[in-house]
Design a protein around this ligand. Structure first.
Ligand SMILES: Nc1ncnc2c1ncn2[C@@H]1O[C@H](COP(=O)(O)OP(=O)(O)OP(=O)(O)O)[C@@H](O)[C@H]1O
Ligand SMILES: [Mg+2]
Length: 243
C-alpha cells in the first residue's frame, strides 16, 4: 500500500465534512459553485477549505481573485488563506504554465497534493472536481475515506447521461451522494428540477443564471452580493442536515 494514504487520513482527520463538487459534464458550473460555496460558508462563519483538483484547467483562483503566492512549507504545506478560506491549487506550483500529465503521473500529483496539505480544523473542505469521470474521481474515491458528493446539473437533457454515471460510480464505491443542485436555471417552469428528479438523488435547490456573475469574478465582496450567492445561501439554509 502507498504510505501516503495513511498520511492523507491524518491530514484530513480534523475536517468535519469533505464535499466533492462533481457532475461529470464539463461547463455546468462545478468550479463556480465550489468557490461560491467556500465564499458563502466562510461568510456565514464556518471554517472552510477549498481544493481545486482540476489540474489541467484550474480556475478557482481566478474566481477568488487570488494573487500569485507560494504556500509556506512547514512539516507539509500550509494552504494560504484568502479572507479566511484555506485555498489549495496546483497554480501555486505550476503557475500559468500548462501541466500536461497522463496516467500515473496525474494520480501522483493528486495524491501528493492531498498528502502534503495541512488543512487543520475545518467545518467543510470543498473539492472542485474536473469534468469527466476518470482518474480524479477514482483517485478521490480511493484515498478520501469520508468523502461525499454534491452533483451539479442543469436544465439540459445532455447533462443527465454523465450525471447518471458519476452518481452510479459514487454509490457503488460506497460514497454518499448528498444531492444535486441545478445551476444556470433559465426558466421558472420547473423543467430542470423535474428532469433531474429521475436521478433519485435529493434535490438541494437551484441557482439562477446570473448575468452579474461574470463581471463580479475576482472580487469577493461583489461576488457575495450576487443573486448566485443569495441562491446558494438559500440552498444552505434549506438543507441544514448537509451544511
Ligand atoms: N449561475 C451562473 N450564472 C451565470 N454564469 C455562470 C453560472 N454558473 C457558471 N457560470 C459560467 O459558466 C461557465 C462555466 O462555469 P464553470 O467554469 O464554473 O463550470 P465547470 O463545470 O467548472 O467547468 P469545467 O467542466 O470546465 O471545469 C463560466 O463561464 C461561468 O462563469
Ligand atoms: Mg471547473
Amino acid at each position: 500500500m502507498d504510505p501516503r494514504f495513511s498520511v492523507i487520513d491524518e491530514r484530513l482527520s480534523s475536517v468535519k465534512k469533505i464535499i466533492a463538487v462533481s457532475g461529470g459534464k464539463g461547463g455546468v458550473g462545478k468550479s463556480s459553485v465550489s468557490t461560491m460555496f467556500a465564499l458563502v460558508l466562510n461568510d456565514m462563519g464556518k471554517k472552510v477549505g477549498l481544493l481545486d483538483l482540476d489540474l489541467s484547467g484550474p480556475t478557482d483562483h481566478a474566481i477568488l481573485g487570488f494573487e500569485d503566492t507560494f504556500p509556506k512549507e512547514e512539516k507539509g504545506i500550509i494552504p494560504p488563506e484568502v479572507n479566511g478560506i484555506k485555498f489549495m491549487s496546483i497554480v501555486y506550483f505550476a503557475g500559468r504554465k500548462p501541466l500536461p500529465l497522463r496516467g500515473d503521473d496525474y494520480s501522483n500529483v493528486i495524491i501528493e497534493l492531498l498528502a502534503i496539505t495541512r488543512w487543520g480544523n475545518l467545518d467543510h473542505l470543498i473539492i472542485d472536481m474536473p469534468p469527466g469521470i476518470g482518474d480524479t474521481t477514482l483517485d478521490v474515491i480511493r484515498v478520501i475515506k469520508n468523502l461525499e458528493f454534491i452533483m451539479i446539473g442543469n436544465q439540459s437533457r445532455l447533462t443527465l447521461e454523465t450525471l447518471k454515471k458519476v452518481i452510479q460510480i459514487s454509490r457503488e464505491s460506497g460514497k454518499r451522494v448528498i444531492g444535486i443542485i441545478e445551476n444556470m436555471k433559465f426558466s421558472q417552469d420547473g423543467a430542470g428540477e423535474n428532469r433531474l428528479a429521475i436521478l433519485s438523488v435529493p434535490f438541494l435547490g437551484s441557482i439562477d443564471f446570473d448575468e452579474e456573475y461574470e463581471s463580479s469574478l475576482g472580487n469577493q465582496d461583489v461576488l457575495l452580493k450576487t443573486q448566485f450567492a443569495k441562491d446558494l445561501k438559500e440552498i444552505i439554509s434549506n438543507n441544514p442536515e448537509v451544511f
